[in-house]
Design a binder for this molecule. Structure first.
Ligand SMILES: C[S@@+](CC[C@H](N)C(=O)[O-])C[C@H]1O[C@@H](n2cnc3c(N)ncnc32)[C@H](O)[C@@H]1O
Length: 185
């Protein structure tokens, strides 16, 4: 398939390509999965998942951002059946998801409760600020979901005085959860 295209922009996205790559790897998506993207925004994760699984539900609370998800989906090739829902999760979440990405952190505890109640197998949440990261790790731990926490910092090279220097992006914390996880090693 062609490279991911995101011709339409939205303020809070996209999840950066390198972070997406690790996030998708940790989600361990399978062709038979129903995947749910909480806070789809530009749709970058929705589209990547739609190329890997049979069914995707994208939930976004802001109508203008859900519209960006829709337009960016239209600019890409994918095979999945994709449902777009304008809602603030846990509202709008399906009852039969296998894997969930939480890119939007509002109500994340209630979202995790829904995931536990509906037996979601794999959950990944990305957070960039430190205090909410701590609260999210604790929420995963309390629900026996916590499997791994990855801190990721990406630096991109640029030319400086005829040589290469690096510009750093802010670090991102990738919290990886699995049903009945045993906690961190
Ligand atoms: C950091 S952005 C996610 C970026 C997205 N993964 C992308 O690649 O464009 C977070 C998004 O989640 C949405 N959001 C936050 N909490 C939400 C919730 N509980 N339900 C639905 N959307 C939510 C915000 O409106 C925002 O668009």
């Amino acid at each position: 398939m062609s490279r991911l295209q995101l011709p339409h922009d939205a303020k809070a996205g996209p999840t950066k390509p390198e972070v997406r790559a690790v996030t998708l790897d940790k989600l361990g998506l399978r062709p038979t999965d129903h995947f749910v993207d909480v806070g789809s925004c530009t749709g970058s994760v929705t589209i990547e998942a739609a190329r890997r699984v049979r069914r995707v539900t994208a939930v976004e609370r802001k109508p203008n951002r859900l519209d960006v998800t829709k337009k960016n989906l239209a600019a890409n090739e994918y095979d999945a059946d994709v449902t777009l829902r304008e809602a603030e999760a846990p509202e709008g979440l399906p009852e039969d998801a296998d894997a969930m990405f939480i890119g939007g952190s509002r109500n994340f505890e209630a979202v995790l409760d829904h995931a536990v109640e509906t037996d979601v197998d794999r959950i990944v949440m990305n957070v960039s600020r430190v205090e909410p990261t701590g609260a999210a790790i604790e929420a995963f731990r309390e629900r026996d979901l916590l499997d791994e926490v990855v801190q990721m910092q990406v630096n991109h090279g640029y030319e400086l005085a005829g040589a290469t220097s690096f510009r750093s992006n802010n670090p991102v914390y990738i919290i990886v959860g699995r049903r009945d996880a045993g906690g961190l090693d």
